[in-house]
Design a protein around this ligand. Sequence first.
Ligand code: 6R9
Length: 572
Amino acid sequence: MHGEVIQPIPGNHNMTSYEEACANFRWEDVEKEFSWYTTGKVNIAYEAVDRNVLEKGLGDKVCLYYSDPKRSEEVTYRQMMERSNQFANVLKKYGIGKGERVFIFMPRSPELYASFLGIIKSGGIAGPLFEAFMEGAVKDRLADAEAIAIITTPALRNRIPKEELPHLKHIFIVDPQGELGEGEIDWRAEMAEASTSFDTVWVDREDPMLLLYTSGSTGKPKGVLHVHNGMIQHYQTGKWVLDFQADDIYWCTADPGWVTGISYGVWAPYLHGVSSVIRGGRFSPRDWYKTLQDKKVTIWYSAPTAFRMLMSAGDDIIAEHDLSNLRHILSVGEPLNPEVVRWGERVFNVRIHDNWWMTETGGQVISNYPCMPIKPGSMGKPFPGIHAAIVDDKGNELPPLQMGNLAIRAGWPSMMRQIWNNPKRYEDYFRLEGWYVSGDSAYMDEEGYFWFQGRVDDVINTSGERVGPFEVESRLVEHPAIAEAGVIGKPDPVRGEVIKAFIALREGYTWTDELRDEIVQFVKTGLAAHAAPREIEVRDKLPKTRSGKIMRRVLKAWELGLPTGDLSTLED
Ligand code: 6R9
């Protein structure tokens, strides 16, 4: 398995040798790439947008090629600057400013990106949400963050229970239909009146700009807080991992509700003044290949589930398209099967570069680089300047080929700075002296390549989305028919894992297809479609510890037909 190697594609890559890059690299040197290095004025949105227009002569360059089945639009860097200025002015008009949490809950669109950048220019903290979230999920996040405003669309408006959110004052609606209710504001009408110039609110490098909620194995989703300083890492990984060149056309398929859709859907390409493709609408292999072809995409960043779905759609569709502009492809979010890497090489004639990181790390940590041989199945090597290692449960570094906790020496530029309102949960990540403990297990081979093994905790990764079993269980037991529930990830060839629930019914209920559908719907409306179980199995009783915790490890063993292991803490 370690023997298979795919050699680099020759070319002028920004990084010419990984070893050399590691030997000479200092994060401090990257600071010189930003205008704040000389002016002392910091704001990541200025560096990513305004500076391209005002200092680099890229005002007329396309920032965004947006398209969905109904709409197609190009936005230049100058337009992006002006529109984000307008939205920053709108926020200012409503008295919304520095440090305030402003959420975004809408499908991908040019309006979403202008709003996002406007929030950050105004010194605020943006909280992007997946459009798939239902009322319960939206409410939990807005309440935890004490959000003051949200930007949404008419279709999603009714999932925001404003009456139950005392801090939420303003709901900006893009193209509202009918009368506006209390606190509702017409986004486009306000934009039309707002000035296109705005004095960017200058902040400290350590001031927050982004709040992203993500799941752990216990408790409600946690708010991961990121600061402006992350730009140092977004810039440098853009340079060395994505290998941005001035004329690249770049397509990151990730939604901004996920960290990838921000760090690599906005910051990295914008900081390099590269043109991005954004495609709205549903996944469809034909649309995707057509987008790659028509937009002449050179760098494409997606996720293993998408690649596996494309693979299963067959190679014939690929042959109908000219995809010869592609230079390389990147993948994140879940383990990238060697099979998919080989498929990519065969059908696209380029390499798929796996890379590993998390919402909490803010940027890529372990990567494959265009100048480096790749080993299919490996996530690659640590980014220069970052010390990643495999450590035991006491924090001792383990030698090659030993499996353990994948950990990172604290202090890389885009590291999260807080779990919102929850210092204890933050500290827990750093419980092993000086290490950030990822919750993933892995090993390193003798040549320094890292190989993913699994999650240490029970967090489920379905189609690249992190789902906390506890959230799903909590919602399930809210249903009157369910006495108790335990949720696990079941291996799946396309989605990586699917959600499987084991439940025990309350007295008086019988299991029927109708009840099953009702329960699935119940979870969907409470959380999100992707959080609903694909499979439900009814048992008389679930295995529990004496303290009453459902033993997911036993459920998993049942599912996989494995021995259940030590059951000494089992209730009876
Ligand atoms: C960016 C992102 C993080 C979790 C992470 C791990 C899994 C991410 C991976 C990978 C295997 C890779 N993960 N990249 N597993 N190979 N290349 O995905 O953030 O949504 O927070 O998920 O995803 O388990 O801990 P996030």
